[in-house]
Ligand binder design. Sequence first.
Ligand code: HEC
Ligand code: HEC
Length: 325
Amino acid sequence: MRLSAVSSMMVLGGAVLCLAACQPKPTAAPGALLGWAYPQGQKSNLPPYPTGPQHIPGSTVTYTGEALNKGAGPPDWFPDSHPPAPEVVAQGRKGLMACAECHQIGGGGSLGTPNLAGLSEEYIVQQVREFREGRRTSWRANWPTNQDMIKVAKTVTDEELAAAAAYYAALPYKPRVRVVEGTTAPATKPNYYGWLDLDPDKPDQPLNGQVIEVAEDWPRMLLADPNAVIVVHAPVGSTARGEALAKSGGPGGQVCAACHGESLRGSPVAPPLAGRSAAYLARQLLDIKTGARSGPSVSQMQGPANGLSDEQIRDLAVYAASLRP
Ligand code: HEC
Ligand code: HEC
């Protein structure tokens, strides 16, 4: 009570001083400049799903587009590259979509979904519980991809979750994110799931401080090719500014590597950030800062996230995405 009286007096005093001495700048709401991290596409007028035999580079496996589109389960293009996957990962069951439908069988994730390979077993279990119990929602109300994961978390049993976590935690993470700095990015158009695809018929677009995360080769991304590259088009200087912020700790003053490990590769106390999608990392920083992601597990991360501006979130996300674990 007394504390809040003191701070409102300070605010009043500040406002009076400011009226006399300066023009207060309007401050944007948190997240106002981070729309790029939430691409959302139309559901109609999408290009037809591929039909006939489908291949990806380096794999001898063939699937037909029809089978992939009709829920034959997630593709497994490199079956020798991972141990046998538990049923919850590879097939799912009635009412529960297989984890690999969104996170891939090799755990590499996709444009709109994070990688699980490279995360620890405990962290995977903990996060699914956070989704289930309402402590991991999205700053952007009803963001559909976050809602999808919440639905899974509420349906999966603890036994299934333990099997999925053990499986994914044992797989190596092979990043396929490439950061390209510039003042413009190629033109894009929304494709399936709202993910961005290149639009070669249109001229380049100015970045204007935004980031554009796009599939380098859309058909490969759609077919869940684990080597399909994600290109992060970012404003000039964002990687260097992000590096300086990470190393100074930014407004919170806590160096990111102190918890996330050298080169942000992850440590026993905090998950890896290196080489992950910039849009994913930016969403998480905003969710933590705004309290959409809350609860005891994330409490250590609140100090570092609280004072970050949208631009700082962008730069930190781009820097982390540019690192190789
Ligand atoms: C329909 C798509 C979909 C399915 C199926 C799915 N997920 Fe997710 N998952 C997501 C999305 C999207 C996110 C990111 C949500 C966000 O941005 O907050 C996510 C996030 C996660 C995270 C957090 C990762 C991190 O770095 O913090 C974990 C762990 C996870 N999922 C585990 C699983 C497991 C285990 C399964 C299977 C039982 C599964 N998911 C099935 C879409 C899915
Ligand atoms: C005091 C330790 C600590 C420091 C310092 C710290 N973090 Fe974290 N961070 C954590 C922990 C712990 C988590 C996992 C939270 C959870 O379990 O929900 C986390 C989670 C995150 C996530 C979400 C990852 C995911 O998989 O969803 C991001 C992004 C992140 N931190 C970025 C940063 C950045 C950028 C900095 C520096 C400005 C930083 N952190 C500094 C402890 C820390």
